[in-house]
Design a binder for this molecule. Structure first.
Ligand SMILES: *[C@@H]1O[C@H](CO)[C@@H](O)[C@H](O)[C@H]1NC(C)=O
Ligand SMILES: *[C@@H]1O[C@H](CO)[C@@H](O)[C@H](O)[C@H]1NC(C)=O
Length: 505
């Protein structure tokens, strides 16, 4: 049975091959070339080629469902058929071509064409809008276009292009720029560009700039006050300030929990309020408040009471010693028993020290090494020489009343001796006042030597005297015995007297 079937089939196959040979050629194998992407409204060309086909060849460009859209005929052979196309929005889809010869019809590869719409009317939108946010919150910027496809986005921050790799402060995804936790560094001007590229042809559209503001939270306000004289009365100057925060900040002042004033700080973070004050009277408890849309903060309370200077004023001295226990400096303190705003000045030997100097000032004649600190409450003598010694005292009055009386302390003596403190040769005036508590070995040796010399001298003088005395006595005796002394004969009495005196020795 099987063999019989094969026998029938063989002639059929032979017939078929014969038919192909008569027709002269095989069916064409066309190739379609053309773009995969094209801008809307641009012109593109597809080409269909069927190599090694015998002419005439009929080419047809077909759309997705096999709909022919254009036809061309190659009469010479080995020529491609171009199909020009103006790209419309509807041009998107897949294309292939068909080549028909006498030998048959061939179908090409498929090309899918995407229509690229260039970006237009690009703008930045923000969340929140307007892009003003407190530090730590999230800000999202979006690059939006009215029209456009196949878009890429580039962001600019203060005119510099951002990339994910070089800008860790930002998170870039699609058309979004995300600042997860905004910091003051994020504040600035942003813009974006939407662009597309087809082959080497780039089309872009840029937005205008958008300003992003990152607000800093206001720090807890501080409060302080001062007082000054105005006419017959006094004014209190209450200052409220914060060390950080974004403008504007609204400061309010309350006294005994009643609001007495409110001011907005637009440039600095400091405001001040003036209130009438009476020294010696408690004017209440003041506080500063800060109000923003996000925060409400309150300062520490301050009692508006100005205690006038009074009670005892004393000056104290303390010496500072070096490692070899020699005093190197002295610190004087003016202790005032009461007074909120004391003004202090210092006197040495009844003359006022130049109190404006807060630094170590060198002056030729007066004091050389004086420093004032702690609002002149402390006077430091940074060097101790005879120029710094003397009687010191301080005096105090209310700083807000220049015509008020001074309250003075008693004198404290700062004693300085150059010889002890410095290895300088002693000044002539201070040698007398220097205590003789200490002598160096050279001095001791010198004095001992001098004493020895004196002693030797005394002994020498005594010896010489003794010798001289002896000789004189012998001479007298010789004279009385040998010579009758013709000239002074009657004066033998006196000669006896002399002997008498010397012998009595
Ligand atoms: C109040 O005090 C502030 C400093 O704390 C000062 O800048 C301001 O000038 C003072 N105002 C008056 C009127 O004295
Ligand atoms: C201050 O007076 C004392 C005692 O009269 C004197 O020893 C000292 O040198 C004087 N000091 C100055 C700097 O004039």
């Amino acid at each position: 049975m099987k063999n019989l079937q094969t026998l029938y089939l063989l002639p059929l196959l032979a017939l078929a091959s014969l038919f192909i040979k008569i027709s002269g050629s095989v069916s064409p194998r066309p190739v379609l070339t053309g773009p995969h992407m094209a801008y809307l409204n641009s012109r593109v060309a597809f080409r269909c080629t069927a190599p090694d086909s015998s002419p005439p060849v009929t080419y047809q460009l077909m759309r997705d469902g096999g709909i022919p859209i254009a036809t061309g005929i190659d009469l010479q052979g080995d020529q491609s058929a171009p199909f020009f196309l103006k790209v419309a929005a509807t041009s998107e889809g897949s294309y292939h071509c068909k080549a028909t010869t006498e030998g048959g019809t061939g179908v090409s590869n498929i090309i899918t064409l995407s229509v690229v719409i260039p970006a237009s009317n690009t703008r930045v939108t923000a969340e929140p809008f307007p892009p003003v946010a407190y530090e730590g919150s999230r800000i999202i910027l979006k690059c939006n276009v009215t029209r456009g496809s196949h878009l890429s986005y580039t962001w600019f921050f203060n005119r510099k292009a951002l990339t994910s790799s070089t800008s860790p402060l930002f998170h870039l995804t699609g058309n979004e720029l995300v600042m997860e936790q905004a910091t003051p560094e994020h504040a600035g001007h942003y813009s974006c560009m939407a662009w597309s590229m087809v082959q080497d042809n780039t089309r872009f559209s840029s937005s205008t700039e958008v300003k992003v503001t990152v607000k800093a939270y206001v720090s807890k306000p501080n409060i302080s006050f001062s007082i000054f004289k105005e006419g017959d009365g006094y004014q209190g100057n209450i200052t409220c300030w914060s060390t950080r925060g974004s403008h504007p900040v609204n400061f309010s002042l309350s006294v005994d929990d009643k609001e007495v004033g409110s001011l907005t700080a637009n440039e600095s973070l400091t405001v001040w309020f003036l209130v009438a004050m009476v020294p010696g009277m408690d004017m209440g408890v003041a506080r500063c408040w800060v109000k923003t849309e996000m925060q409400e903060l309150m300062s520490e309370p301050v009692t508006l009471e100005v205690v006038p200077v009074g009670g005892d004023v004393t000056a104290e001295v303390e010496y500072l010693y070096r490692a070899d226990s020699k005093p190197s400096a002295a610190r004087l303190r003016c202790v005032v028993s009461r007074g909120t705003f004391p003004q202090i000045s210092w006197l040495l030997n009844n003359s006022v020290l130049p109190s404006e100097t807060n630094l170590d000032v060198q002056s030729q004649d007066d004091l050389t090494h004086v420093a004032l600190a702690n609002r002149r409450q402390t006077l430091v003598l940074t060097k101790l020489t005879s120029e710094e010694s003397g009687y010191y005292r301080c005096r105090v009055r209310n700083s807000y009343d220049d015509s008020g009386p001074w309250v003075e302390s008693g004198d404290v003596l700062v004693r300085v001796t150059d010889r002890i403190l410095n290895s300088m040769p002693p000044a002539t005036s201070s040698t007398e006042t220097a205590p003789k508590a200490f002598m160096n070995p050279t001095e001791i040796i010198t004095i001992a030597f001098c004493c020895f010399l004196l002693l030797m001298l005394a002994v020498g003088v005594a010896c010489v005297y003794r010798m001289f005395d002896h000789n004189q006595a012998h001479a007298h005796i010789a004279a009385t015995n040998s010579d009758p002394l013709p000239l002074t004969a009657p004066s033998s009495q006196s000669g006896d007297k002399q002997v008498g005196i010397s012998s009595a020795d």
